[in-house]
Design a protein around this ligand. Structure first.
Ligand code: CTP
Ligand code: MG
Length: 234
């Protein structure tokens, strides 16, 4: 079976928490749009054969964007939830490939992804039976509270992670796991949850902490700082 790698980029969110005049993926960052950085970082990886991106059906920004990238890109409409957008993209990908490639699902809102982290994910997982994702170990002490903010417990932080993206699974498995979750009305906020729901065990691969998801307005300045830092390293 072919070991090709494809990227799927959910970009159909409206960026409610960012409170800007346009979805956050279309904001400027270091002289480009956020989404441009994200797509270029995926496309410039030599193993990525192509990208399927999901944008909102009523997205008035995407058609005005001219992005130059070095691999084929296919566009589908997004859905109500992130997982629906991903499923639509996987459906399109199924029509493009004859085999069962690895798929790296990566948020449009994570423009600081390092080539080094893509490499790490690929080498950790490409011989694995299930797949997995990039994540960051939690450093803080973690508390659980009641609804009125009273602390009801401290959670042992050992083995606790923040899940990020890319999340890497085989096309057929991911599609069927997301379908199953959807049919059973399970809300999944990442691909790994769907895989866990069907009883499989994805692997966590430690990534860099600068792979942030731009969520609120302060995150843009942070992303800018991380990009400057990455240029300095390079
Ligand atoms: N996304 C998507 N389809 C949706 C919702 C989200 O493709 N129905 C995408 C977003 O565009 C983003 C990624 O999933 O790239 C992660 O979602 P999130 O950070 O929550 O983005 P938004 O949903 O746009 O932001 P918010 O939750 O603040 O509205
Ligand atoms: Mg959201």
């Amino acid at each position: 079976m072919s070991r090709g790698f494809w990227a799927v980029v959910p970009a159909a969110g409206i960026g409610e928490r960012m409170q800007s005049d346009r979805p956050k993926q279309y904001l400027q960052l270091e002289g480009k749009l956020v989404i441009e950085h994200t797509l270029q970082r995926l496309a410039s990886h030599p193993e990525i054969k192509g990208i399927v991106i999901a944008v909102d059906q009523e997205d008035e920004w995407w058609p005005t964007v001219s992005i130059v990238i070095s691999c084929p890109i296919y566009v589908v409409h997004g859905g109500k939830q992130r997982s629906h957008s991903v499923l639509n993209a996987l459906g399109k990908l199924s029509t493009l490939v004859a085999d069962d490639p690895w798929v790296l699902v990566h948020d449009a809102a994570r423009p600081c992804l390092r080539q080094e982290d893509i490499n790490k994910l690929l080498s950790a997982l490409s011989k694995h039976d299930v797949g997995g994702l990039l994540g960051i170990p939690i450093n803080d002490t973690v508390k659980r509270t009641s609804d009125d903010d009273v602390i009801i417990g401290t959670i042992e932080r050992r083995n606790l992670w923040r899940a990020s993206t890319p999340q890497m699974f085989r096309l057929a498995l991911l599609k069927s796991a997301l379908h199953t979750s959807r049919k059973q009305n399970i809300t999944v906020t990442d691909e790994a949850s769907a895989i866990e729901f069907v009883g499989l065990e994805p692997v966590m691969v430690e990534g860099h902490t600068d792979n942030i998801k731009i969520t609120v307005s302060g995150d843009l300045a942070l992303a800018q700082l991380f990009m400057q830092q990455q240029r300095g390293e390079g």
